[in-house]
Structures are given as structure tokens and as C-alpha cells.
Unconditional design. Sequence first.
Length: 134
Amino acid sequence: QQWRPEHRRPPGPVLTAIMGSCSGVLAGLIGMGGPLLVLWVMAQGWEPKTQRSALWLLILAAMPPQIALMLWRFGGEVLSPMLIGSSAIPLVVLTSWFAGRWADRWSAERLRITMRLFLLVVALRLVLELFTKG
């Protein structure tokens, strides 16, 4: 018999505020606030399509303040890299559309496991980078 954890309630407002704040601090310190957002979204118990939509919304909502802060801090020197990065938007949207259609076939549990493995790979990469370049 396979053990399955019982369904837990989604994080309340206090834990949500803590995770959001820590995500912002990590984004500012090392440019990687997304993993906490992914964990928060996974804790909601939403269907895979809703999870992906929520993550996209969180990422897109953060862009205008990030762009404004970069322009304020670095001025015109960031315009060229921003325009080059913006040229990839159609490819990102197209790839996301195909990947979303593929992931729609997955169960919520399979998507959760895949996201956790991905976060583990990112964490291991950061730790290895710290020890090899430190």
C-alpha cells in the first residue's frame, strides 16, 4: 500500500506574507525568488492549469516594477538588453503554449513531483556553483 499525505489546507495569510516577502528578498539578493512562489502555488491544491496560470500571473505582475527599478537604478544602459530579451517573447509564448497543452494531460500529482524535481535541480546547481566558484 502506497502512503499518501493527507490534503492540507492552503497557506494562510501570514504564511503567504512570509513566503512572498522571502521570495522578494531572494529575488533581490540572488535573482531567484521564483522557487518560493512555485512552492506557494503548489500548496494551494489547485489543478495544474490553474497553477500554471497563477505562476504566469505572478511573473507578469512583477515585471513592471522590476523594469521601473532597473531603469531608475541603471538608466539607459539596460534598454538594449531589455529590447534583446523582449525579442524572445513570441518564442516564450509559443513554447509555453505547447508545453501547457502537453502538461494538461498530466495529473496534479505528477506535475507537483515534476516541479519539485525541477526545484531540486535548481537548488543543487546553485549549491554546486557556490562551492566551485566560491
